[in-house]
Design a protein around this ligand. Sequence first.
Ligand code: UD1
Ligand code: CA
Length: 460
Amino acid sequence: MVAKKNLCVLILAGGQGTRMKSALPKVLHKICGAPLISHILREVSLLNPAGIGILTGHKSDFVKETIKENLSAWGITAPVEFMVQKNLTGSGTAVKDSLPFIKKYDQVLILAGDAPLITADVLQKLIDNHNTKQPACTVLSVIQPNPFGYGRIVKNEKGLFKEIVEEAHTDAKTAAIKEVNSGIYIFEVAPLTKALDKLTPQGPKQEYYLTDTLAMFDKTEVLSEQDYICAMGINSKAQLAQAQALMQERINKKHLDNGVIIINPSATYISAQAKIGQDTIIYPNTFIEGKTTIGQNCIVEPSCWITNSTILDNCHIKSGSYVEESELAANCQIGPYAHLRPKSVLKEKVKTGNFIEIKNSVIGEGSKVPHLTYIGDCQMGKNVNVGAGSITCNYDGKNKHQTIIGDNVFVGSNTNFVAPVKVADNAKIAAGSTITQDIPEGVLAIARNRQVNLDRKGKK
Ligand code: UD1
Ligand code: CA
């Protein structure tokens, strides 16, 4: 193989995406819980290119800021540079406006920001093929059963690349060609720069087609990829839904191959970043989003939503639970219908039951918060039992305050903790108490009125 040249990646995300019929720029639409462009960034990062550039145009600032803010959440650590296309006059102009970036490198791998199913493996094949054959450009083609909308790859009598004919320019003969342009190519930068200058506006919208440059080179290679799905471009909401299903199938297959049990893969939604351990069972209608890790032998019952959370082995997440940015140590049980809001940390063997909400709190090992309870801004020790209907009153209307609860505390049902307040180890709280003062170790705190039984005349 020829020595690797200095390669950069350019992702085109300038287009208006009119066919999406949406206020949201196309590349920010999501499949499997993450924007289209994030899937492409993840795969191209695996190639370790010398640089990654993104060209924005339509709603440029919004697209750029959204991408920048989320790079680390998407797991992208490589630096990304941004270019802006001022006149949205086609993919040719888009690349021309990116020249200040591209010219710093020998080669550029160009991808469309609306084709999220591409994989690093296929891109590596394209790069290797190009470096072996050394043309000015290698285009990735696929055989599309339904080629409508794609540029058709036209070859000469010797079977070599001749030109790409865009949909608007097809005649009966070219329209029937099923080998299409994926919108993914690798170019040598020097000939590409020259060719871009020669483009002329084409078609009903008078666009400058990047695809016209390919016929200007002495040698253009076509690498045909069998898995046509990897080149699917998204131009409409129907295609977005299709791509969602295809990507989900791909992700779920990976987990099934790794030994995860997914009861109904077509109704289970797992992000590309999620990691799940062997023999964990995922029931249908469950969403596992973002950077979530789930250990081995867990059970995730139907209709749970888990985002950016870490769940260790042998946990049981019961139906209808919603878990955001939280950590569960091994052997925890939550739900049904538990809501763990950000920064909830459950230590080993914690048990929560139904209709509980926990936020920014640590629940110590073996503690139980079984029924109808709100725990916010609380540090709870080990083996605490919280009775039904208990609440941390953490907000005084202006500020949030902490509730500190020691080990082995017994909290009677319907207790209110008016924070800031501290309960020392081994204390007991009588049911119905409103705790406004710290409780020393080992005592029984009662903070409620005594019951009075009156006769019909109101006498004791
Ligand atoms: C394009 C290709 C077509 C290919 C198909 C694969 C051209 C002329 N045609 O068609 O051969 O089969 O992709 O999916 O390139 N863009 C800009 N600025 C613009 C216009 C487009 O940045 O002014 C970007 C878009 O954001 C998109 C990409 O270029 O990421 C392709 O544009 P799009 O309008 O989707 O082209 P297609 O009609 O799909
Ligand atoms: Ca497209």
